[in-house]
Design a protein around this ligand. Structure first.
Ligand SMILES: C[C@](O)(CO)[C@H](O)COP(=O)(O)OP(=O)(O)OC[C@H]1O[C@@H](n2ccc(N)nc2=O)[C@H](O)[C@@H]1O
Ligand SMILES: Nc1ncnc2c1ncn2[C@@H]1O[C@H](COP(=O)(O)OP(=O)(O)OP(=O)(O)O)[C@@H](O)[C@H]1O
Length: 282
């Protein structure tokens, strides 16, 4: 059996507005998702042992039952049309809980890969619906197109945006998404954008609160802003600065303080996972 190796790319929220809070505690969002050509790598190999889902690689810190890769595979099990288990090897490159959606992207890549390998024959829309049960950010990775999202992040309107280079910096702090979304000081009443909006008029509604609670995030934003337009992604802690070309981004990466981790990448209108999966199928 051949091994199917796919990326689980990072996402950036190029803006993130919170428009309201729903009765179930989730928030109504308006956010622009794009994908980066950098991410985790997952290798899928079918095994003879039915009912068996084995995860190897960089998963040591995550209990199996909570691992989004495992959860995604378990969710697809009832749909499989072949008698086979799977071994999934994870090469983790994205900071965990960093706002770049690493866990959600791993889950989406797992759904897409196993839908093919296990011949589940689910459509992308059906997979996205299943993915929403794993996390608000999973559907956008399943659909794999740069998009403005509404609802809790699942109503997606694909959008063409220019390709840029990004320097993404992960300060050494972990921000809990749930903590930010339950905080009394989070602004929750940004109006929906009107037609003709410009990216320069948008922001991240979580940023002021996260800066206050995590001074390392404030330091990172202040440092990056010396070089380029900068925002935080998701609920942090990662921050990204936007550049017109690779060389400019690389020059700033080379001067990054040593306690911060960073990488540079380009945004892609389609997730690289989708491109790789198509190439494998043909
Ligand atoms: C903020 C974003 O990162 C933007 O991309 C995401 O919407 C978060 O997506 P995620 O990590 O997949 O979120 P989930 O795992 O579904 O939810 C984590 C926690 O975030 C809060 N949450 C998440 C999404 C949303 N629209 N409203 C929320 O209030 C909920 O309190 C939930 O307990
Ligand atoms: N395979 C996985 N990779 C990363 N995190 C995982 C995975 N499985 C479960 N998790 C859990 O999910 C949490 C959130 O992970 P993730 O990296 O998606 O956060 P994030 O980048 O902040 O995403 P978001 O922007 O969607 O909030 C982690 O703290 C971790 O405990």
């Amino acid at each position: 059996m051949k091994t199917l190796t796919l990326s689980a790319p990072a996402k950036l929220n190029l803006f993130l507005h919170i428009n309201g809070r729903r009765e179930d505690g989730y928030h109504e969002l308006e956010t622009l998702f794009t994908f980066l050509d950098f991410g985790d790598e997952l290798a899928f190999t079918l095994t003879d042992t039915n009912q068996n889902i084995i995860i190897t690689g960089d998963t040591a810190d995550i209990p199996l039952e909570q691992n989004l890769i495992y959860k995604a595979a378990k969710t697809l099990e009832p749909y499989k049309k072949v008698t086979a288990g799977v071994e999934i090897h994870l090469n983790k490159k994205l900071p965990m809980g960093g706002g770049v959606g690493g866990g959600s992207s791993d889950a989406a890549t797992t759904l897409l890969a196993l839908n093919t390998l296990w011949q589940c024959q689910l459509t992308i829309s059906e997979l996205a619906k299943i993915g929403l049960g794993l996390g608000a950010d999973v559907p956008v990775f399943v659909k794999g197109k740069t998009a403005v999202a509404h609802g809790i992040g699942e109503q997606l309107e694909p959008m063409d945006i220019p390709q840029k280079w990004y320097l993404v910096v992960a300060p050494p702090v972990h921000v809990s998404t749930a903590l930010i979304f339950t905080h009394p000081d989070l602004p929750r009443a940004t109006p929906k954008l009107k037609n003709g909006w410009k990216l320069s008029d948008t922001g991240n509604d979580c940023q002021t609160l996260v800066k206050k609670l995590y001074p390392e995030v404030e330091k990172t934003l202040t440092w990056l802003l010396k070089y380029a337009p900068t925002k935080m992604t998701g609920t942090g802690a990662c921050c990204f600065a936007e550049f017109e070309n690779r060389e400019a981004a690389l020059r700033v990466l080379e001067t990054l303080p040593s306690s911060w981790q960073g990488f540079i990448a380009q945004n892609t209108s389609e997730s690289i996972c989708h491109r790789q999966l198509r190439a494998w199928q043909n």
